[in-house]
Design a protein around this ligand. Structure first.
Ligand code: C2E
Ligand code: MG
Length: 682
């Protein structure tokens, strides 16, 4: 039996055996009980330990050998995993479309991905250079300065993150020159980017950071293009109203410092609508582009030419030395716009109405200056166009009065304060009263009676005309129905007719005919009692829409008269173009017809032409008996005028409408006596 065995004879635990061998204890002293007991206890301890481990291994299901092998395997595979991960990261680093630069804890660039190299220069130049020296951004003043300074960079690398969005970086490879481009694209040598720095740390140790540069060129370009589009007119590429207002504002602010006040010129093209309507929109567009070009050539550097509406341009003059200089520019513009425009196959002639307002310390903001120029332009237009008008105190007072009128008219419409006066219409042969013209009337609380020539255009501008028209229509139909009922009852003769005026806005509204039909049905007025007066200029202005509307009215059985005939540019053509049943010759031709041979000839021609086209003729504004005589000779059917009856309130018109009229022909002498309607009454 070997000594290296237990008392029971089995060998000691291999570990104990190894230890005894290493201590050169080969033989176990037979009689040393204490020693042997000690060895046996150690042996048991080892065996107990083995048993414990085996129990553990059994419960885990894996042996310690297997664990060792597994650990080795893991070491091997984690090494290849790491290599694999490193490759993947490299691939990612190289292929992302974001610029990445790795910097050490001193801010020195140690690694650059291809995207960063594309944006900021080749890797050779970038690596080993310092980030704070390499990245330059362009300030608001257009000057380059470091994107991040040393302290900021140190702080970022120590404490985590640093981000700056929407910066414009200077391309370090290009010589730097910042020029605003007109179409919103980025100037050459400029990179729009977001830049972020993320610090690396291992525990408390600062290792450096990753710089992330995101190229925003596409976003930035889209944004600048949008901004450009929002501030420019698409057709002419001129600044629009928005940008103009901004520039006027800036000019006023500067003027407060320098005393060099800007002037503003409102330019409205006269007759542009005519070109558009007759030659088509494409020709109209060509004309606008050409006009924009001419305007730009008239102004000086530093001036702004803007397009603020269809045929409306505004020039902001900052370059002129004084008011006289501005006037010279305006004269030049007027002259250049008077030159013919070659539009493909056609040639067009237009002119312009120009309003000028000179800035002063009174101008609180761009609005007031622009408003003054606008007012002056309107005055130039009212005076016939093709001229220059300058804003002055009188114009401002007039504008203030108009504001006051506008306010009062609004409430008059709401409160139904618009009334109707009736002017009688007579047939010349026989002197019969044939009807009335309904004329709107408005009495202002302080200004007194305001003539319709003043308030109707305002109502048109304010969009109140439809409400006024409806009211006049309603009252006129109601009164006419009642008068004709009385005439029928008393056997007083044929039913009377009624002329009602309608304006351009009413004519162009698709709801006109349904509204008129509703009114006549409400009051049980047969359509043939009604005639709508549409002025010649309105018909010409609304062209095709007018023709269509006249057709609708005709289908509804309502007659139409061409009003103020002869006051427009192309009366003869309008008579041919628009199918009307009556021509009302403008007062301008009637006054003095008895003394002016030319007027007489014109009226004769108009009457003959109208008759040739199956139209009846009414002469407006007959004030003298001799005029009446001439008209009778010329074959004019109807007359209306102060001689025979002024516009009168409904109660007076009622008397006239329901009285028994003298059936005799009014002789010239008699008609001289029957100036007031009651004298016509038998
Ligand atoms: P209009 O349709 O040509 O009406 C005739 C105008 O000439 C009326 O002026 C009338 O009072 C005036 N007049 C008639 N005879 C004579 C005369 O012998 N001598 C002179 N000097 N004038 C005479 P009023 O009532 O001031 O109306 C002016 C214009 O306002 C009308 O011209 C018409 O265009 C417009 N108007 C009037 N009422 C309405 C309306 O209800 N709707 C619309 N849209 N326009 C209206
Ligand atoms: Mg009329």
């Amino acid at each position: 039996m070997s000594d290296t065995s237990t008392n029971s004879g089995s060998p000691f635990h291999p570990v104990l055996r190894r230890q005894l061998r290493r201590s050169n204890i080969v033989d176990r002293p037979v009689d040393d009980y204490a020693w042997n007991g000690f060895l046996d206890r150690i042996d048991r301890a080892y065996r107990d330990n083995d048993q414990g481990r085996e129990r553990l291994e059994r419960s885990v299901g894996i042996s310690s050998r297997e664990i060792r092998e597994l650990t080795l395997d893991m070491d091997r595979s984690s090494e290849s995993l790491l290599a694999h991960e490193r490759d993947r990261l490299r691939l990612l680093f190289d292929s992302v479309t974001t610029g990445l630069l790795v910097i050490d804890r001193f801010g020195r660039i140690t690694s650059v991905n291809p995207e960063a190299a594309r944006m900021l220069g080749d890797a050779g130049t970038l690596i080993n250079s310092y980030l704070d020296q390499m990245l330059q951004m362009i300030g608001r003043d257009g000057e380059p300065r470091p994107l991040v300074n040393r302290e900021e960079l140190d702080r970022a690398l120590r404490s985590g993150q640093w981000v700056r969005n929407d910066v414009r970086l200077a391309d370090p490879r290009r010589p730097f020159q910042y020029v605003e481009t007109s179409d919103g694209t980025l100037p050459a040598g400029v990179i729009a980017a977001d830049v972020a720095i993320v610090a690396f740390r291992a525990g408390e140790t600062h290792l450096g950071g990753l710089v992330v540069v995101t190229d925003n060129a596409a976003r930035e370009e889209a944004r600048s293009r949008l901004a450009w589009q929002a501030s420019h007119d698409a057709l002419t590429s001129l600044p629009n109203r928005l940008l103009l207002a901004e520039r006027v504002e800036v000019a006023l602010v500067q003027a407060r410092r320098t005393g060099n006040w800007p002037s503003v010129m409102f330019i409205d093209l006269d007759r542009f609508k005519y070109v558009n309507d007759s030659l088509g929109h494409a020709a109209g567009d060509l004309l606008l582009v050409a006009a924009a070009d001419r305007l730009q050539r008239c102004v000086r550097g530093g001036d702004t030419v803007a397009r603020t509406g269809g045929d409306e341009f505004v020039v902001l003059c900052e370059g002129a030395d004084d008011i006289a200089g501005v006037r010279i520019v305006a004269e030049r513009i007027l002259a250049t716009l008077n030159e013919p425009f070659d539009l493909d196959a056609d040639q067009a002639y237009i002119s312009a109405s120009i309003g000028i307002a000179h800035g002063s310390a009174d101008d609180r903001d761009s609005d007031s200056l622009l408003h003054d120029a606008d007012l002056a332009m309107y005055r130039a237009k009212e005076l016939g166009g093709g001229r220059i008008s300058e804003a002055d105190e009188r114009l401002r007072i007039e504008a203030a009065e108009r504001m006051q009128l506008e306010r009062a008219l609004r409430s008059a419409v709401v409160q139904d304060d618009i009334t109707v006066a009736y002017q009688p219409v007579f047939r010349i042969e026989g002197g019969d009263l044939v009807g009335f013209e309904a004329l709107a009337r408005w009495t202002h609380p302080t200004l007194g009676e305001v003539p319709p020539n003043r308030f109707i255009p305002i109502a048109e501008d304010l969009g109140l005309i439809v409400a006024i028209g409806d009211r006049v229509f309603d009252i006129a139909c109601r009164d006419l129905a009642s008068w004709n009922a009385q005439r029928a009852e008393g056997d007083l003769g044929f039913p009377l007719g009624m002329n009602v005026n309608i304006s351009g806005r009413e004519l162009s509204s698709p709801s006109l005919v349904p509204r008129v039909v509703a009114a006549i049905q409400r009051h049980e007025v047969p359509p043939e009692w009604l005639t709508l007066d549409v002025s010649e200029s309105v018909l010409l202005q609304h062209g095709d829409v007018a023709s269509a509307r006249l057709e609708e009215l005709r289908s509804a059985g309502i007659r139409v008269a061409i009003d103020d005939f002869g006051s427009g540019d192309s009366s003869l053509s309008s008579l041919r173009r628009f199918a009307v049943q009556m021509v009302k010759i403008d007062r301008g031709f009637i006054t003095g017809i008895d003394s002016t041979i030319r007027d007489e000839r014109v009226v004769r021609a108009v009457i003959d032409l109208a008759h040739a086209l199956d139209c009846e003729v009414l002469a407006e504004g007959v004030e003298g008996t001799r005029e009446l005589g001439v008209l009778r000779e010329l074959g004019c059917e109807y007359v209306q005028g102060y001689l025979l009856g002024r516009p009168m309130p409904a109660d007076e018109a009622f008397i006239l409408a329901t009285a028994v009229l003298r059936r005799t022909k009014p002789s010239e002498e008699r008609s001289a006596q029957v100036i007031t309607p009651d004298r016509w009454v038998a």
